[in-house]
Design a protein around this ligand. Structure first.
Ligand SMILES: C[S@@+](CC[C@H](N)C(=O)[O-])C[C@H]1O[C@@H](n2cnc3c(N)ncnc32)[C@H](O)[C@@H]1O
Length: 481
């Protein structure tokens, strides 16, 4: 396939402007404002470190103290994880109820769709548990959920999902009621109207597959999502970035028009400066072209490197064509160039943090397990069969990938002084960075992108995926020896 994208030729100067870093005073101002908006102010982004941008301590931190909490710029839950965890499409908090979370898991498991299907390991347990469920009078043992242990009836699963059946002590783990997508697509749900509105205004209004959108766009969008799920789900994040930038452009243009009255239709300078402003949050992320920056997998020989990289480029090209059919906007045409698309995907590959939110379903079962004698026995008569049917699926976290504007400025060290770590009360998708030892004012805050306890060469191999060989103190010392 020839990856010829006419937009790349037609808008070459605009594309190169989009890929240039903004002037340093603008960049500094942007990060200072971001830090001022966040709940922790003890850090500063410096632009001129040995490794480019970096995050530095502006206050002292004790071992275990929170250094930074960063909000997602764009993030998404892995498609396979959606069957196990019902979360807000904007902040990734769990929503609904413990019963709904469990009912959905069992329902999808029954369809063979969950990512957590396991075979029963102990048949004697099955007998015990079917008694328990009969004791609790919760349903007949039909074949609705059979792979993970004992079977629970379809009616039982439906009454969990429908809220007719309440599990003991579940009120102690109450979750926000699901708020549907304002466009009515029935695919995205949120923890609040404000999260729904934020996502709608940020990007979902362009990516919503509701009946209200044009059927041709809807079909293209669904093909785009299917292609991303089959190939690389980072394409879904790239679509969110393009939608977000187009919508920011529109609102900046509206504000500009209110101020100046009108823009001459061909005033490309104003349009470009508005597009650059809309793109600023993305322009500041460290980026390279996706097909150039990722490390050659071990099973691809060096002599096949060019073919491998061309295949990645073709994949990005296919994905971009589908996205263009769905949401192309003439005024933001440079965003739909292959060069920009490749750089957005590359930015995610080089910077993204795993998105992880612990499951309240696991907390619920641990709570029941910790109850004293007879309350535990009574509760377990109901919960034990469910736990067995879920197998180890009961503890699955919300998992995805996200780009965080401040955290992504943190450089790597194989002897880091901080790490990304979720504490018990961190129940949404924000990134939390915790000090691993005391950090002095002025010290650079570093995290490890990989397992830093691995031997030197293995660390370098893994860091090649992030496009560099490590220059931290530990690596420089080990290399010298
Ligand atoms: C997530 S970004 C970190 C911020 C980056 N310094 C910037 O200017 O935006 C990761 C990139 O920073 C550089 N980097 C981070 N840690 C490094 C290290 N220990 N040794 C060498 N380069 C590093 C590499 O270029 C890497 O691809």
């Amino acid at each position: 396939m020839a990856c010829i994208c006419p937009i790349d030729l037609q808008f070459a100067p605009e594309i190169s402007a989009l890929l240039q870093s903004p002037p340093s005073h603008e960049t500094q101002e942007y990060f200072d404002n971001l830090i001022a908006e966040r709940p922790c102010h003890g850090v500063k982004v410096k632009l001129d470190g040995e490794l480019g941008k970096g995050v530095y301590a502006d206050a002292e931190f004790k071992d275990g103290e929170l250094v930074l909490k960063d909000q997602i710029l764009v993030g998404s839950q892995h498609s396979t994880n959606k069957m196990d965890c019902f979360v807000c499409g904007s902040c990734f908090r769990f929503i609904g109820s413990i019963e709904l979370q469990i009912g959905r898991k069992l329902y999808f498991k029954g369809l063979g769709a969950s990512s957590s299907n396991h075979c029963p390991s102990d048949s004697s347990d099955e007998e015990d548990n079917s008694c328990a469920i009969e004791d609790a009078n919760l349903g007949e043992c039909s074949a609705s959920v059979s792979k993970g242990g004992i079977a629970l009836s379809q009616e039982f699963i439906e009454s969990l999902m429908g809220g007719q059946l309440l599990l003991p002590y579940s009120e102690k783990f109450s979750l926000p009621s699901p708020c549907p997508c304002p466009g009515g697509c029935g695919e995205e749900f949120y923890c609040s109207k404000s999260c729904a509105d934020i996502d709608w205004e940020t990007c979902h209004s362009l990516l919503c597959s509701s009946e209200k959108s044009k059927p041709s766009c809807r079909r293209a969008l669904s093909k785009f999502v299917e292609h991303a799920n089959d190939t690389n789900d980072i394409f879904i994040l790239a679509a969110k970035v393009i939608a977000m930038t187009s919508l920011r452009y529109k609102s900046l243009k509206e504000a500009h028009l209110k101020e100046v009255g009108s823009i001459a239709p061909r005033d490309a300078t104003v349009n470009l400066s508005l597009l650059l402003e809309a793109w600023k949050p993305v322009s500041l992320g460290y980026k390279k072209r996706w097909w150039d920056c990722i490390a050659l997998p071990e099973d691809v020989e060096n002599c096949n490197e060019a073919v491998f990289r061309l295949q990645l480029k073709e994949l990005a090209f296919e994905s971009l064509q589908l996205l263009k059919e769905a949401i192309f906007d003439e005024e933001c045409a440079p965003l739909f160039s292959l060069e920009i698309y490749g750089h957005i995907v590359g930015m995610f590959e080089l910077n993204n943090l795993d998105l992880v939110v612990a499951s309240p379903v696991e907390d619920y079962f641990l709570y029941v397990d910790d109850l004293p004698g007879s309350p535990k026995k009574a509760a377990e008569a109901v919960t034990r069969p469910i736990l067995d049917a879920l197998d180890d699926g009961y503890s699955i976290c919300c998992e995805g990938t996200a780009f965080f504007p401040l955290q992504s400025c943190m450089n790597h060290s194989c002897c880091p002084n901080a790490k990304a770590f979720k504490r018990d009360n961190d129940r949404d998708g924000q990134a939390t960075i915790i000090a691993l030892r005391p950090i002095q004012i002025g010290e650079e805050v570093t995290i490890s992108y990989i397992d830093e306890d691995l031997p030197y060469e293995e660390r370098q191999k893994l860091l090649a995926d992030y496009g560099f060989r490590c220059k931290c103190r530990k690596c420089l010392e080990e290399k010298a020896n």
